[in-house]
Structures are given as structure tokens and as C-alpha cells.
Design a protein around this ligand. Structure first.
Ligand code: NAP
Ligand code: GDD
Length: 350
């Protein structure tokens, strides 16, 4: 059998870990780029680790960084992947206001560096770029592939560059390059400073008696929150098409942060969130994206992609997981939803 090779930038992140698991379940040989850190940063992929000395190993990790052109060129030339999934980024919108230059270097120029490496290699490599719904910024919802970009953060500006440069390399050099315009997607593996996970972890900590309060910023913002494992499948579907293109991936359902809080506190049996939540100005952004609601009709029609998990399901799944992490009795509806909706799931339940 001719095993396909995938190279994943950002394999240690939420999406990278699920995508690696998905591709391994599809018999791919998976190569992932990890950053050197003084502490282990591979916790999301530890369950996938395989000793490279054992015959038949299909997961390989390589040190690298999106700011290092020579390293990227070397990895692309040595590994000779069939597909590259570019999921690496400084992905926190609020942090991008504190580190705009680093964010641009990693998220914008990092994309260009990979595309240049693909072009210079002369190999036929399919490329997926993680663009973002954040690029729509203040454009009114619902947003689709034809909506205008009006970025509202250094992160979003960098992602607009990454989107445009990906499309340019497709048009100018014939590279099979796709942009995924993914709306917010969450999971038990979501970074702990993004709002959904901050809320579900905060609730678990309150339940366990470790914290009394949860400090948040703007509760009015609305997001279209989906489930990360379903979204990484859409990435793969894009690269399986005959022609490269750009796709919105979203649920089409939107909720405010306040509504997510209400859902979460009610599911956890803690009652009114106002008894626990305080507003802290430090979590507000200099410019905010008020409302995101995706129209994923194109992905449905062309890729056959359709999400199963609603925001309410997601909230239950994440709370069950965070309760389990703190050895609390879990409520269990989240796990039940996972079993019912994904009888053949390919990822490990956290
Ligand atoms: P994440 O959990 O923050 O993961 C980001 C990944 O990028 C991590 O593996 C991180 O490595 C790596 N990374 C950061 N800086 C790097 C650098 N300079 N060089 C190499 N690798 C670097 O993000 P995610 O939620 O999985 O999102 C994946 C991608 O989709 C990102 O590009 C994000 O901007 C985009 N996106 C996400 C969403 C969403 O809702 N999740 C929506 C739209 C677009 P470490 O583990 O070492 O930090
Ligand atoms: N992080 C955070 N922390 N956000 C808060 C808080 C808080 O304490 N309080 C309120 N919010 C609001 C933010 O102001 C924002 O409007 C909303 O909650 C969602 O914030 P995040 O969860 O940080 O996600 P994001 O929408 O800014 O960015 C995520 O989604 C993008 C796709 O639209 C990230 O995953 C980006 O990488 C991704 O591109």
C-alpha cells in the first residue's frame, strides 16, 4: 500500500492533535513540527506517541519553528510530504495586541515561508492553511466565502495576509493550496485561556472548591462555536477535492458569551452565573469582533461536510471532561452525546 505522508505545523495544538489522530486512523504517516521548550509541550499528543525505533511507527516529531526559514525548507525537502497542514500560529486574539510583531512574523510570514518551501521544492504538495473567521471582524453576519474582511486585531490582519498569500500561490504557481475559514471550534483540548474552556474549567474549579470566582471580559460578543474533531475532518476533505478552493466551516448557530455561561452554569447545577462571575477590564480587547455566524453551505454542497454537535452539546462535553480532570462526579450527558453521535469516533475522549 502507498502510505500518504502528512506534515503538520502546530501538531501540539488543539487542532493539530486531533488532525494527527484522524490521519493516523486513516493509515497516514504523520510528521509533526514541535517547538523546543523548557517544559514538555506535547501533552495533547502524548497518547499518540510511538517509539521511532519500533518498526511500523507512523508518527514522527521534528523540532522547528515558523520563524525559521531554513528549518522549514529542510523539513519540506527531507520529509517530502504529500500534504502539509499549516495549523501553527500565535492563535490568541487578545495576546496579538500585546505581541503584534511576533504574531505577524509567525502567522503571516510563517505561511509565506511554508509556501516558498513548497514552491522551491518542485514537489507536488497539497497545502491547507488555517485562515480564520476572525478575519471578517466587523463585517455583519452571516459571513460566507464572499464576505468582506475587516480585521479587528493584529492576529486577524496577519491571517488576512496568510489567506491572500495562500490564494496567490495557488493562482500564480498552480500550487494545490486551500484556505479553511473556520469559525470558533472548541473541545476538551481547547487552550485554557480561550473563553469556553476558561468557563468550563472555571466551573469545575468552583465545584471542586478551588476557586470562588471566575473573571471574564466582554459577555456580549457572539460566536459560532463548533466541535474541533468535526472541523479537522473538513480540513482533510478540502485536500481530497479535485481542485483547491477556500471554504467556510461553521455551525450556522451563534451564542453570546453570556448565553454560553448560562448554559454551562445550569448544566453544572450551580444556578445563576452572576453569583460567581466578575467582570475584569483586562480581558476586554482594544477592538472587538461583535458577532460571528458562519454560512457553511459551500462546504456542505461541495465537501459533504455537516456538523453534528451543537453549542449546548459542546458545553456538556467540555464540562464532563473538566469535571473528570478534577476527579469530580461527572454529569454524563456530554459523554452520552459523544457515544450516540459518533459510534465510530477516531479520537480519544479526554
Ligand atoms: P492552538 O491550540 O493555539 O495551537 C497552535 C499551535 O501552533 C501549537 O502547536 C503551537 O505550538 C504552534 N505554534 C505557535 N507558534 C509557533 C511557532 N512560532 N512556530 C511553530 N509552531 C508554533 O491553536 P488551534 O486552536 O489548534 O488552532 C489551529 C490553527 O487554526 C491556528 O492557526 C489558529 O489560528 C487557527 N484557527 C483556530 C480556530 C479555533 O477556533 N480553534 C478558528 C480559526 C482558525 P506550542 O504548543 O508549542 O505552543
Ligand atoms: N479569551 C477570553 N477570555 N475571551 C473572553 C473573555 C475572557 O476572559 N471574556 C470575554 N471574552 C470574549 C472575547 O472578547 C471574544 O469576544 C470571545 O469571548 C471569544 O474569545 P476567545 O475564546 O478568546 O476566541 P476568539 O473568538 O477571540 O478567537 C478564537 O477564534 C478565532 C476564530 O474566530 C481563536 O481560536 C482564534 O485563533 C480563531 O481564529
Amino acid at each position: 500500500m502507498n502510505t500518504k505522508k502528512a506534515l503538520i505545523f502546530g501538531i501540539t495544538g488543539q487542532d493539530g492533535s486531533y488532525l494527527a489522530e484522524f490521519l493516523l486512523s486513516r493509515e497516514y504517516e504523520v510528521h509533526g513540527v514541535i517547538r523546543r521548550a523548557s517544559t514538555f509541550n506535547t501533552v495533547r499528543i502524548d497518547h499518540l506517541y510511538q517509539d521511532p525505533h519500533i518498526r511500523g511507527t507512523r508518527l514522527f516529531l521534528h523540532y522547528g519553528d515558523l520563524t525559521d526559514t531554513g528549518n522549514i525548507e529542510k523539513l519540506v525537502n527531507q520529509i517530502k510530504p504529500d500534504e502539509i497542514y499549516h495549523l501553527g500560529a500565535q492563535s490568541h486574539v487578545r495576546v496579538s495586541f500585546d505581541m503584534p510583531e511576533y504574531t505577524a512574523n509567525t502567522d503571516a510570514l510563517g505561511t509565506l515561508r511554508i509556501l516558498e518551501a513548497i514552491k522551491n521544492s518542485g514537489n507536488h504538495i497539497k497545502f491547507y492553511n488555517a485562515a480564520s473567521s476572525e478575519m471578517f471582524g466587523s463585517t455583519l453576519p452571516p459571513q460566507n466565502e464572499l464576505s468582506l474582511f475587516h480585521p479587528r486585531s493584529p492576529y486577524a490582519v496577519a491571517k488576512v495576509f496568510s489567506f491572500d498569500i495562500t490564494r496567490l500561490y495557488r493562482e500564480a504557481y498552480g500550487i494545490f493550496a486551500c484556505n479553511g475559514l473556520l469559525f470558533n471550534h472548541e473541545s476538551p483540548r481547547r487552550g485554557e485561556t480561550f473563553v469556553t474552556r476558561k468557563i468550563t474549567m472555571g466551573i469545575a474549579r468552583i465545584r471542586a472548591g478551588l476557586d470562588k470566582k471566575l473573571y471574564l471580559g466582554n459577555l456580549k460578543a457572539k460566536r459560532d462555536w463548533g466541535f474541533a474533531p468535526e472541523y479537522v475532518e473538513a480540513m482533510h476533505m478540502m485536500l481530497c477535492q479535485e481542485k483547491p478552493d477556500d471554504y467556510v466551516v461553521a455551525t450556522g448557530e451563534s451564542h453570546s458569551v453570556r448565553e454560553f455561561l448560562e448554559l454551562a452554569f445550569s448544566y453544572a447545577g450551580l444556578g445563576d452565573y452572576k453569583n460567581y462571575v466578575e467582570i475584569d477590564q483586562r480581558y476586554f480587547r482594544p477592538a472587538e469582533v461583535e458577532s460571528l455566524i458562519g454560512n457553511a453551505s459551500k462546504a456542505k454542497e461541495r465537501l459533504g461536510w455537516q456538523p453534528k454537535i451543537t453549542c449546548s452539546d459542546l458545553c456538556k462535553i467540555m464540562i464532563d471532561s473538566d469535571f473528570k480532570n478534577l476527579h469530580l462526579d461527572i454529569i454524563g450527558e456530554g459523554n452520552k452525546i459523544l457515544k450516540e453521535k459518533f459510534p465510530n469516533k477516531w479520537w480519544k475522549i479526554d
